[in-house]
Design a protein around this ligand. Structure first.
Ligand code: XMP
Length: 329
């Protein structure tokens, strides 16, 4: 039996018990899970918590700015540190196309970046004895992350979520994961109860490894920029049509190693395809493709192929989960 108030009360007490008078940092992704985890921990230990947002260069268009703006509204003024780690992540990922290897590299880079943030916080508050003990890392891990990473009893690895199976072995942080037993709809209910704005609570899920796992093939700045443009058009059109809230998630995937022949203004093109992957789901454990009206699909296709040089074909993924997963990697 599950009541939102009970979950909040129970988690706040457990967090207080775990963190005590020490300091914690929370990695903020802009998504609902990390925002709700941050809000719970802030309720429990107040300004012992510092939020850290890492720009890994794998974010969507304008996302870093949106997150910074939404943050103030969502956490009632917790401390926020923005870190630009784009160069660092992209060089660690150079030439890597294996999905699990990408996930492990991204998971590890996140932790190394949080360690740096931890060192900076300690250095800046040398006058405060409690600040030297930034030992806790808050993560918005939810139950499906745990299951798919093969971390629940007896389950197999489907993919290593960056915050579970993608963590480095020499992790020194003690993890605080108040949402580890919850599904997304429960996380949203907790977020609403804690007073987070709808714009955060009803954001479509976006994976921590970001666009890095939506480029099939090796990741580069150029490829990311192509995908960012196509993705921005899809988001714009789905928002304009009012469909974005009823669609669980609508990834756009760049097939970076595939090219096909097309024609534009009477001339030959030889460009990449993008895949649209709009899905309906209750909890990300199963999904079915979202039946988006053809005229909206048509507008999306026309805009992407005319506005994004280098992409000359748009295809629609109509696979359920299972047997597909939502993300392609
Ligand atoms: P799949 O692709 O396995 O994804 O059907 C299920 C849900 O989880 C998201 N996802 C992730 N979220 N870190 C995250 O924070 C990850 O490493 C990760 N991998 C997948 C995915 O977007 C979908 O909502």
């Amino acid at each position: 039996d599950w009541s939102v108030d009970q979950v909040i009360e129970h988690q706040v007490a457990a967090i207080r018990e775990q963190i005590g008078d020490k300091r914690a940092i929370v990695g903020l992704s802009g998504g609902v899970d990390s925002a709700v985890a941050a809000a719970l921990v802030q309720r429990a230990v107040g300004d012992q918590l510092t939020a850290v947002y890492v720009n890994h260069g794998l974010m969507r268009k304008d996302e870093s700015t949106e997150i910074e703006r939404a943050f103030g509204a969502s956490t009632g003024g917790a401390k926020l540190v923005m870190i630009d780690a784009e160069a660092d992540f992209l060089s660690a990922l150079e030439g890597v196309s294996d999905p699990e290897q990408k996930r492990k590299i991204i998971g590890e880079r996140f932790i190394r970046t949080f360690e740096q943030a931890q060192a900076d916080i300690v250095a800046e508050s040398a006058h405060d004895p409690n600040a030297t003990d930034v030992r806790f890392l808050v993560q918005g891990t939810v139950y499906p992350d745990v299951i798919e990473s093969g971390d629940a009893d007896g389950s197999k690895v489907i993919k290593s979520h960056h915050n579970v199976g993608g963590l480095p072995e020499d992790l020194e942080f003690e993890l605080v994961e108040p949402l580890r037993q919850l599904f997304k709809d429960e996380v949203r209910a907790v977020g609403t109860k804690l007073g987070l704005p709808d714009e955060i609570v009803w954001r479509q899920p976006f994976p921590g490894p970001g666009l890095g796992i939506r480029i099939v093939g090796a990741i580069s700045k150029e490829r990311l920029d192509l995908l960012r443009e196509a993705d921005a058009i899809v988001r714009e059109e789905l928002t304009a049509s009012g469909l974005d809230r009823e669609i669980w998630q609508s990834p756009v995937v760049l097939l970076a190693d595939v090219r096909s022949v097309g024609v534009n203004d009477g001339g030959r093109t030889y460009g990449h395809p993008v895949v649209l992957r709009p899905v309906h789901s209750e909890d990300a454990m199963t999904a079915s493709f979202a039946r988006i009206p053809y005229d909206i699909l048509d507008r999306i296709s026309q805009r992407i192929t005319s506005e994004v040089a280098g992409i000359n074909r748009v295809v629609l993924d109509i696979t359920g989960k299972p047997p597909g997963t939502i993300e392609w990697e």
